[in-house]
Ligand binder design. Structure first.
Ligand SMILES: *[C@@H]1O[C@H](CO)[C@@H](O)[C@H](O)[C@H]1NC(C)=O
Ligand SMILES: *[C@@H]1O[C@H](CO)[C@@H](O)[C@H](O)[C@H]1NC(C)=O
Ligand SMILES: *[C@@H]1O[C@H](CO)[C@@H](O)[C@H](O)[C@H]1NC(C)=O
Ligand SMILES: *[C@@H]1O[C@H](CO)[C@@H](O)[C@H](O)[C@H]1NC(C)=O
Length: 411
């Protein structure tokens, strides 16, 4: 089978796919509330669209590096921020998250996230999944009651009073909080925090699941992995024979294998034909994912070889989000829904993720942090009384015109 050829592959959305079994294709699920089902589906398809768009940007910026992130964590953090955004700042965030605002209202989006968080956090004995939000608020910063209430009800977020004027202590408070919530896997979400920080929003995700069919560690052996045409590395290669969903996509030139966890969530592994990674990446979109999900059929795979791996990434997302249309939050933000005045601006959107795949299963963790500062005082100068004007030529410093305007309405 082609699935045994070892070259770079996409373990697409291990975190994403894990959530898909609940949210992407609720076709054969009995849902009492028809309206709710529409919301879940719209939310999932927008989130998937956002996931692939962000993937493409990250892959482009980090060529030939491992990429790992949790699109869901970034989406939730930005949706949380949008609670405080107004006007075009709000529209940009929601459209950047791939919501079509002629089809879905802001309120429905927030309710969708609320429902998603509740569903994800339902206790299960087959899966450890914890998703949560928190905010860290400068001691003297007054938040609007409505914002505090929405954060609590919709995003289950509490607020921690923080002294950012001691930035090292504040950074360590936030990083320790995230480290604790991610079972030690995300150790340093913020590398830097300015003493001018006023507010930090945080989302974290922790995921741990066991394969339905585990790999036998006795069969794991060192084997070659072809990093590129001329570069080969030795990796611990796990192996197994099993019946599992499989699809050979002739059109896009790739082989797909879906590995299921005991919880029935799954990891979708995508192996492009040799030299086809970039072509495939370009074609990643929600329609492709839907087509794959419909085409995957249980097949006996006699030998599946999958490396055991641990990968980690840290990103600052400011530039990428700007490229994706979420710009105003960084410069000309209206975040007046947070404090009542529009003097807050986002200084950093940071994201860290880690993923371990071994014989037993998968452990993944991710966190997103959004820090905000006060904008510099807006400078306003009104020439609304008599003033002088001098026009100076740059090269010679000659004053070519000099005048006084006492009444601009006179000729
Ligand atoms: C948004 O939805 C409307 C109505 O369904 C549709 O006409 C429009 O093309 C959509 N916009 C985008 C950007 O997809
Ligand atoms: C996280 O914090 C809780 C409560 O303070 C503590 O009981 C737990 O051991 C901590 N977990 C880790 C992994 O540090
Ligand atoms: C790999 O090596 C061959 C032969 O030495 C060379 O022609 C080719 O350009 C190399 N490919 C890459 C991607 O470096
Ligand atoms: C997973 O799916 C199988 C087959 O549909 C079912 O028997 C089993 O109870 C499910 N397990 C969980 C944890 O939902």
């Amino acid at each position: 089978m082609r699935a045994e050829r070892m070259s770079p592959f996409l373990a697409l959305g291990l975190l994403l796919a894990g959530i898909c079994s609940v949210h992407c294709l609720p076709e054969n699920v009995m849902v009492k509330d028809q309206h709710r089902r529409v919301d879940d589906h719209t939310l999932a398809s927008s989130n998937t669209d956002f996931a692939f768009s962000l993937y493409k940007k990250l892959a482009l910026e980090n060529p030939s590096k491992n990429v790992i992130f949790s699109p869901l964590s970034v989406s939730i953090a930005l949706a949380f921020l949008s609670l405080g955004a107004r006007g075009s700042t709000l529209t940009e965030i929601l459209e950047g998250l791939k919501f079509n605002l002629t089809e879905i209202q802001e309120k429905e989006i927030h309710q969708g996230f609320q429902h998603l968080l509740q569903t994800l956090n339902k206790p299960s004995n087959q899966l450890q999944l914890n998703v949560g939000n928190a905010m860290f608020v400068q001691e003297d910063l007054e938040l609007l009651d409505q914002f505090i209430e929405d954060a609590r009800v919709l995003f289950s977020s509490g607020a921690f009073s923080t002294n950012f004027r001691n930035p090292e202590a504040a950074k360590s408070l936030i990083n320790e909080y995230v480290k604790n919530k991610t079972q030690g896997k995300i150790e340093e979400l913020f590398k830097f925090l300015s003493p001018r920080t006023e507010l930090v929003l945080v989302n974290y995700i922790y995921f741990k699941a066991q394969w339905k069919t585990r790999f036998d560690p006795k069969h794991t052996q060192q084997a070659k992995f072809h990093v590129s045409e001329n570069k080969t590395v030795e990796v611990p290669m796990m192996t197994l024979g099993l019946e599992t969903p499989y699809f050979q996509d002739e059109e896009l030139g790739c082989t797909l294998v879906e590995l299921t966890y005991t919880s029935n969530d799954s990891a979708l592994l995508i192996l492009p034909d040799e030299g086809k990674m970039q072509d495939l990446e370009a074609k990643l979109n929600p329609e492709t994912l839907t087509r794959w999900r419909k085409s995957l059929q249980p097949r006996r795979i006699h030998e599946l070889y999958l490396p055991k791996f641990s990968i980690k990434s840290d990103y600052v997302l400011n530039n990428i989000l700007s490229q994706m249309g979420i710009k105003k939050i960084f410069s000309d933000a209206d975040l007046s829904g947070i404090t009542g005045t529009s003097d807050l601006v986002v200084s950093q959107v940071v994201h860290s993720a880690a993923l371990d795949v071994d014989e037993e299963g998968t452990e993944g963790a991710a966190a997103t942090g959004i820090s905000m500062e006060r904008t510099f005082l807006r400078i306003t100068v009104r020439f609304n009384r008599p003033f002088l004007i001098a026009i100076v030529l740059k090269d010679t410093q000659s004053i070519i015109f000099l005048g006084k305007v006492t009444n601009p309405s006179q000729a």
